[in-house]
Design a protein around this ligand. Structure first.
Ligand SMILES: [Mn+2]
Length: 314
């Protein structure tokens, strides 16, 4: 796969780089680092994101981003950190027609949508795969690339705490620090730089917290709560991990109201239950310990469907 990708990059000139909706640190860091890498080879890289970069990742050095799916022809389209093509958001139907389509990812549920698939389900993060690809391409990793790759690996491993915190994840981080990434500064920008409103919202969300059987924790967030606290969906990042910290909890769930009777589900596990398999039952996906999906119904119906699925999945 890497040989094919190398050939595409060396023979092409004009590339499109994209990632998933609601981009996280791995999505953004991988896309930015890869775009910088292509440019370091004298190539053109257009970066398309469906959504804005969340405030906590605004410190990352990055190229200009377009938020409308470009219609031009590219020598290759690189889709990073997406298990399925629809995850890139608006314009995914158009992207399906673009070839070659290079799928670079690490999700357990990746459906190999690319014409070229560089998918390593054992990799800690897409950032780690990008790092290996850059090494293979003999690209010198500069400070900008290093900060992005470090952030990708660091955030996708839950600050080097989750099960995917492999020796290779540490090694990539080590290399990135050597190349100029500053770990304390990056951690501070991501985790200690929140607007006060985030905590007002957290207060609202924690009021909805319920536990089931001592092993499942569920909380929810509504449009009204965002309005009341002057926040939006990007402020929710980290909440589901927070309730997962409760002793004995094996699965933590955050239900976010997207529309009337439509919820976005974020699910986190501690290794005992495959939450990607649960989310897959509702058409979603992810990793064994971190996954998501969407469910239609009232809040109570949604909660019931989740609890039933979790019971069946145990
Ligand atoms: Mn990822």
């Amino acid at each position: 796969m890497k040989t094919k990708i190398k050939k595409l990059i060396m023979e092409g000139q004009d590339f499109l780089v994209t990632t998933h909706i609601d981009p996280d640190g791995d999505a953004i860091g991988s896309a930015f680092a890869f775009a910088f890498a292509l440019r370091s080879l004298g190539k053109k890289a257009t970066v398309y994101f469906n959504d804005q970069v969340p405030y906590r990742y605004e410190f990352l050095p990055g190229p200009q981003i377009t938020h409308t799916m470009p219609h031009g022809m590219y020598d290759a389209v690189f889709v990073l950190d997406c298990g399925s093509l629809f995850r890139i958001g608006k314009g995914h139907e158009g992207a399906a027609l673009l070839k070659p389509l290079v799928n670079i990812d690490h999700h357990d549920t990746n459906d190999l949508f690319g014409t070229v698939n560089l998918v390593d389900k054992k990799a800690s993060s897409t950032g780690e795969i990008i790092y290996r690809l850059l090494k293979y391409l003999k690209i010198t990793i500069d400070k900008n690339m290093a900060e992005n790759i470090y952030t990708a690996v660091f955030t996708d491993t839950g600050s080097l705490r989750y099960e995917n915190t492999s020796l290779s994840a540490y090694r990539v981080c080590e290399e990135m620090v050597k190349a100029g990434a500053n770990p304390s500064q990056i951690a501070m920008m991501i985790y200690e730089n929140h607007p006060k409103e985030r905590y007002l919202l957290l207060g609202e969300v924690l009021r909805t917290l319920a536990t089931y059987n001592g092993t499942v924790a569920i909380a929810h967030v509504t449009g009204d709560m965002f309005e009341k606290t002057g926040t939006n969906s990007e402020f929710v990042d980290g909440f589901v991990e927070f309730i997962k910290e409760i002793r004995g909890i094996e699965v933590a769930v955050l239900m976010r109201e997207l529309d009337k009777d439509l919820y976005k589900i974020s699910m986190r596990g501690k290794g005992t239950i495959d939450v990607a398999a649960i989310c897959n039952m509702f058409g979603g996906g992810g990793h064994r310990n971190a996954a998501g999906c969407r469910i239609e119904g009232t809040i109570e119906e949604t909660r019931r469907k989740l609890l039933d699925a979790l019971c069946a999945g145990q």
